[in-house]
Design a binder for this molecule. Structure first.
Ligand code: MG
Length: 264
């Protein structure tokens, strides 16, 4: 069962991670940007965006989101050091910025989904390149909508990998990276031995379930079933946490600069 991060046990476990060598990785929706009724109007609040940019000057920062990279940049208002899109399937590290094989598969699925679901009220098919999200937040009967989505998805060829979420079903090619493998690849690229990952949804459990020392998972929102070690009560606590992290990292920088000045 996860513990609340702002308790002494949580802060005690978190403190050793507050170094410039740590990779701080964040999910986007529900973690950095509050969840909104219309997913197209999500926005990272200005104060959080400002804090993230400051954090980028002090440590390694990555955003790993289910959105496409392009969409994520517009929601963030800036491009972070590393931005992985489509739940891990769209990486800036691959030879081509887009994985065309995955895009082709998703185009094929989109056609089939459009035929089957286009006229269903409250359902929205979002094509994101390397993955597809079917949103049903606006459906009058979400349970029925979810059952219908599953029925249609079962008939797709090739069979997609499914990741659930808050009123959304995400479809990815079977070979696509999940967020866990994506985080590990970012750690390797950036030479980070340790990482802290913040996320709020089922797709983030892929990171929380990684059995690897040096990765600390923080679930945004209380959820007894998460594999993350710690949680925040709500998304609005992110800003306070980011600001405390920045203050501690800045102090470390100042202390180190002071030591160097004393030695020279
Ligand atoms: Mg999320």
């Amino acid at each position: 069962m996860p513990s609340y991060l702002f308790h002494s046990q949580g802060l005690g476990s978190f403190a050793p991670y507050l170094t410039p060598e740590t990779l701080f990785a964040f999910d986007l929706d529900g973690t950095l940007a509050p969840i909104v009724e219309n997913h197209a109007s999500a926005k990272v609040p200005k104060k959080i965006a400002h804090a993230l940019r400051r954090l980028m000057g002090l440590a390694k920062v990555a955003v790993i989101t289910g959105r496409s990279r392009r969409d994520a940049i517009s929601i963030l208002g800036f491009e972070p050091q590393v931005l992985i899109g489509n739940h891990g399937a769209e990486s800036p590290f691959s030879d081509n910025s887009r994985n065309w094989e995955f895009v082709q598969t998703c185009l094929k699925w989109r056609e089939r989904l459009h035929d089957a679901l286009f006229y269903e009220a409250g359902l929205e098919i979002e094509f994101k390149g390397e993955s597809i999200s079917i949103h049903y937040r606006k459906s009058a009967d979400p349970e029925q909508a979810l059952a219908l989505i599953h029925r249609v998805v079962e008939g797709l060829e090739p069979r997609p990998k499914l990741i659930g979420g808050k009123y959304v079903v995400n479809l990815l090619p079977q070979q696509a990276f999940g967020k866990g493998s994506a985080l590990e690849s970012v750690m390797e690229r950036m030479g980070a031995k340790n990482a802290v990952y913040f996320g709020d949804d089922e797709t983030d459990e892929d990171v929380f379930r990684l059995e690897r020392d040096g990765i600390l998972g923080i679930h945004v929102g209380r959820d007894e079933s998460t594999a993350a070690a710690f949680y925040l009560n709500q998304q609005s606590e992110m800003l306070e946490l980011l600001e405390s992290m920045i203050a501690i990292l800045e102090r470390r920088f100042e202390e180190e600069a002071g030591c160097e000045a004393a030695l020279s």
